[in-house]
Write a protein that binds this ligand. Structure first.
Ligand code: FES
Ligand SMILES: [Fe+2]
Length: 317
């Protein structure tokens, strides 16, 4: 496949997603990797193809004492640097590690490409004073990277895709600023009241006032972050996306909150569930689209989406 946006830093996981001493498979730009975290919190990543007879290493197991991954086929062991550990315990490099950078439990990689953009400090900066709540909305979406990217920059789909959840009456975008790959804007939402039945199904809706503000900040292309300000506190959502293949895109959402600890503990399942619900609705929209053509109708604030599309199409030029 064509490597999508080479030189981009991709957020491929949060450490809480990896478990301890267990293999995880990720696919980035058409290549499979095995990732594991040891009990010291160090994370390793290797090409998932065993250099012996090409078995998938993620189906093997981790040896906690030696920090190695064992292949499920003939039980050969490799360490986090891609070195084969033979029966005499001597080492020889046979496969390549994937270079990772870990910042605040977030696992970043350039997928083996030369860096063209720095790793954004957006999460570090915006999560100051927030507590990490959890990861939600983890999906492999049937859809190309561009379609999955653009829905995050589309301020009009809230009236269609998210109509039932948000009951939007008005949606106003202000303070739009771009600095190449960093984009900021505020979104003011005016919503209708929820019925008693809707509140019973999703009590978090009761915390949403009729008018509220979302402050968005994008780090093209991998992150969309938004801080929602509510009477009971603030919620930060970090929506990460990366291309698995040309027609498959991974997404997951990190949720952070700033609120009274008791209220936070009580609202945690609802916060994660509502963030997951938003992602699910976006995925249904993306997966239902026919092939993209230039739109024949213009809607307000689409310049944000077109700016992102231009960055995508002009990448590397
Ligand atoms: S294929 Fe991996 S050990 Fe043989
Ligand atoms: Fe959406």
């Amino acid at each position: 496949m064509n490597y999508i946006l080479p030189g981009t830093p991709w957020l491929i996981a949060h450490k809480s997603m990896l478990g301890m001493n267990r293999p995880n498979k990720i696919t980035l730009n058409g290549r499979d990797y095995v990732l594991w975290q040891n009990s010291k919190g160090e994370v390793f990543a290797l090409d998932n193809i065993c250099p012996h007879m090409q078995a998938p290493l993620h189906e093997g197991w981790v040896c906690a004492e030696r920090d190695t991954i064992t292949c499920p086929f003939h039980a050969l062991e490799f360490d986090g640097k891609g070195r084969y550990l033979d029966s005499n315990r001597s080492l020889s490099t046979l496969t390549h590690p994937l270079e990772l950078t870990i910042i605040d439990d977030c696992v970043w990689t350039y997928g083996g490409c030369e860096a063209k953009l720095p790793i954004p400090d957006t999460i570090e900066r915006r999560s100051q004073g927030f507590r990490f709540v959890g990861v939600t909305g983890h999906h492999s979406v049937r859809g190309d990277f561009l379609s999955n990217l653009l829905i995050n920059y589309d301020y009009n789909h809230i009236k269609g895709t998210h109509r039932e959840l948000f009951k939007i009456e008005a949606n106003e975008i202000t303070n739009y600023q771009t600095n190449d790959y960093q984009i900021k804007l505020d979104q003011k939402i005016i919503r209708a009241r929820n019925s008693f039945k809707e509140l019973l199904i999703n009590p978090i809706l009761g915390l949403l006032p009729q008018i509220y503000l979302n402050r968005f900040e994008y780090s093209f292309p991998s992150l969309n972050t938004l801080v929602g300000e509510f009477p009971v506190g603030k919620v930060l959502q970090v929506i990460a996306i990366y291309p698995e293949t040309e027609n498959q895109t991974k997404t997951f959402t990190l949720v952070y909150a700033q609120s009274n600890p008791v209220l936070l503990a009580l609202s945690k399942p609802f916060l994660l569930r509502s963030a997951a619900e938003i992602v699910k609705q976006d995925i249904m929209a993306v997966e239902s689209l026919y092939p993209r053509h230039p739109p024949k109708i213009k809607l307000p604030d689409e310049k944000i989406m077109f700016h992102a599309e231009k960055l995508y199409r002009n990448w590397g030029q």
